[in-house]
Design a protein. Structure first.
Ligand code: AMO
Length: 418
């Protein structure tokens, strides 16, 4: 008899089925025992006339008859079960997984991540993450992008030297990649349009609710652009694809968590950095936006444009990495952008320098960048790209106050395990 998923059981009323999963909850009453079984699809109730002899989180196979029941989740339950234990836990779980919410602090939850993640609400956030990535891939595939996989052990820092992890590489100094920036640019010279979904590493010395030492970066880079606005248009499609895929593939998780999915405007509103400072009431000489400014700008975009997304364009050149293309009309500003979503910076991107001589002009010592500059020696089109922080995205969607809640196994200043 082939295995039926828990949530499909109600479609088999009157028939015998075989299900398999974890004992989510065990309730022994005087003359009856209820087991709730959990598998990847959800929950199903099993009813026995005697004590079950299996503890919570035991892994079992159950064969039995499906009967309709108004009281059971999904409207049906399994009766007359034959239960085959596959493995028994050696220890009770550190918290009751059947309660609507885990009653434990975040550090305890993270210390016990392999078990805490089994909780339906915790798992649901990661189903939304997975759907988001599927939507990202589908949207960019449809726009002619090629998915690439680039090295994570690299010879030079890409963003700034400040937060790079150094490693010993066969006796040489090497680094964990802070971003696939140089590779994705080089690969525009090959494929014109590339994207990557992969880990990046930042030695973040600050303990914040939105920074990790390792996170998942959704990168893209495309050639033959007029300026950064062409990149912003692609990003809009990618984000719309992510929201669409969540709606299609993670509807149950969205419902379970009460997630309100955002509308992605056909054209996401944009404000220039100089105006953004005014809107946020910040000092006009500030070279960057503070987190409080980003929150103020998001509120303003919601009020003014009814949009939960806002582009801030034209950040000052002095705050952007060396590969950034200046705004030809106002060279102290750049052809770059951030995308704010629900009060935080979700994406950074922009147009890049694409002429070899422009790189020689901005790099004091081009020698360490020889590998990167090879592409530019041999002709590169005007190009640009962006990177979206995946864990931040899900955190904003599910309204998690801490990015660690939407990271399976977070890495930060204090945490390297599990
Ligand atoms: P940037 O460094 O701004 O840009 O990173 C892009 C996006 O990644 C997310 N992010 C983080 N998420 C979790 N923990 C961190 N420590 C962290 N740092 C950044 C944010 C951010 O918007 N190469 C450029 C991108 C480009 O221009 O294509 C870059 O890496 O959501």
């Amino acid at each position: 008899m082939s295995r039926v998923l828990a949530t499909d059981v109600p479609r088999h009323v009157g028939a015998r089925v075989r299900v398999a999963g974890w004992v989510h909850r065990r309730r022994e009453l005087k003359s009856v025992t209820f087991l709730v079984l959990r598998d990847r699809s959800g929950l199903v109730q099993v009813v026995l006339p005697e004590p079950a002899g299996v503890t919570e989180e035991s892994v079992v196979e159950v064969e039995g008859l499906v009967v309709a029941s108004d009281q059971a989740p999904g409207g049906a339950e399994i009766t007359e079960p034959a239960i085959t234990p596959l493995s028994g836990p050696v220890q009770a779980p550190p918290f009751d997984l059947y309660r609507p919410n885990l009653s434990a602090t975040l550090p305890t939850i993270l210390d016990n991540a392999p078990i805490a993640l089994r909780h339906p609400r915790h798992r649901a956030g990661f189903a939304i993450t997975a759907a988001s990535v599927a939507g990202y891939r589908a949207a960019l595939d449809a726009l002619g992008f090629t998915e690439v996989h680039t090295p994570k052990i690299v010879a030079t820092a890409t963003e700034s030297g400040a937060n790079v992890f150094g490693i010993d590489y066969f006796g040489h100094r090497a680094y964990l990649a802070q971003s696939p920036q140089f590779f994705k640019q080089s690969l525009v010279g090959v494929f014109e349009r590339v994207y990557e979904v992969g880990p990046v590493f930042r030695a973040e010395p600050h303990d914040t609710t939105r920074h990790l030492a390792q996170y998942t970066s959704l990168d893209a880079e495309l050639g033959f652009i007029a300026d950064h606005r062409d990149v912003m248009a692609v990003l809009r499609e990618a984000v719309a694809g992510m929201v669409g895929a969540i709606r299609e593939r993670a509807a149950e998780s969205v419902a379970l968590l009460g997630v309100r999915l955002p509308e992605v405007p056909a054209e996401i509103p944009a404000v220039h950095f100089a105006d953004a400072l005014k809107v946020a009431g910040a000092d006009p000489d500030e070279p960057d936006l503070a987190p409080a400014d980003e929150r103020a700008l998001s509120e303003w975009a919601l009020r003014t444009y009814d949009s939960e997304f806002l582009f801030v364009t034209g950040y000052p050149m002095r705050k952007r990495p060396f590969y950034t293309h200046p705004d030809p009309a106002r060279p102290q500003y750049s052809n770059s952008f951030d995308l704010l979503f629900r009060g935080v910076e979700l994406v950074t991107g922009g147009q890049r320098l694409h002429r070899y001589d422009d790189y020689l002009a901005v790099l004091a010592d081009p020698e360490p960048y020889a590998g990167y500059l090879a592409a530019f020696r041999h002709g590169m089109p005007p190009h640009g790209g962006f990177a979206l922080g995946l864990e931040r995205w899900t955190a904003r969607l599910v309204n998690a106050p801490n990015i660690r809640q939407t990271t399976l196994f977070p890495r930060d200043l204090h945490r390297l395990s599990p």
